[in-house]
Design a protein around this ligand. Structure first.
Ligand code: 5RP
Length: 226
């Protein structure tokens, strides 16, 4: 039987809960990402909600889903450390560098991930790429700077930059989607984009890649590290 993408997302979500079981303790707060794969992870995590203290959410959407399951949601400012952050990605390469932000939660995702001791990236195999860049790079910007940032992104190599229609992040900002970068060095480009005045965050997660990728395919869920 061939599994469709939703079934693969479900499979990797369940594998992620099993994988992070090693970090469960009554003191542990889990960092939780955003997106359809993360939603399935939350649903599976809820079955173990008595084994950990609570969660930090990377978006309002995730906070709501966690709370609906009766999982306590902590403000990041209440937390000093988390053993693990679990989230999906739009693309991931063999160095475990990612493009994220298809769902627009990139800034809070990067913040919450940065506080966690490890990042467990959960994807189906359609997200695996040898080289990042087919997926447009999302860039959250301060509104007044969007035209200036778009021009700078083009001067850095983007072939086209489009402001995401009818979308404002949880932080109140628009997102630019930058297409056509030839990504030779994703970490270098992440730094260059982050230095443009007016950029809040870019969706390259390359300077700090995932610690481990769990990837679902027709052959099961693979655990990938470098
Ligand atoms: C949201 C993200 C998501 O992790 C990414 O878009 C993948 O989403 P999905 O699990 O729905 O395929 O970065 O900002």
């Amino acid at each position: 039987m061939t599994l469709n993408q939703d079934q693969l997302k479900q499979q990797v979500a369940e594998a992620a809960v099993e994988y992070i079981g090693q970090f469960f303790s009554t003191d542990a707060v889990i960092g939780v990402g955003t997106g359809s794969t993360a939603d399935r992870f939350i649903d599976a995590l809820a079955e173990h909600k008595d084994k950990f203290k609570g969660a930090v959410a990377s978006s309002e959407r995730t906070a709501k889903r966690l709370e609906e399951h009766g999982i306590k949601v902590f403000d990041l400012n209440e937390i000093d450390t988390m053993p693990v952050y679990v989230d999906g990605a739009d693309e991931v390469n063999p160095k475990l560098q990612m493009i994220k932000g298809g769902g627009g939660a990139l800034t809070r995702e990067k913040i919450v991930a940065s506080v966690a001791e490890r990042f467990v990236c959960i994807v189906d195999d359609s997200k695996w790429v040898e080289r990042l860049g087919s997926f447009n790079i999302p860039v959250e910007v301060i509104h007044m700077a969007s035209n200036a940032v778009a021009n700078r992104l083009e001067s850095l190599g983007a072939s086209e930059v489009i402001e995401r229609a009818d979308f404002i992040t949880d932080n109140g900002h628009p997102i630019l989607d930058a297409a056509g970068f030839q990504l030779e060095d994703a970490a270098d480009l992440e730094c260059l984009i982050n230095q443009i005045p007016g950029v809040v965050t870019c969706g390259l997660f390359a300077v700090v890649p995932a610690s481990v990728v769990l990837m679902a395919s027709q052959d099961g869920v693979k655990t990938i590290t470098v």
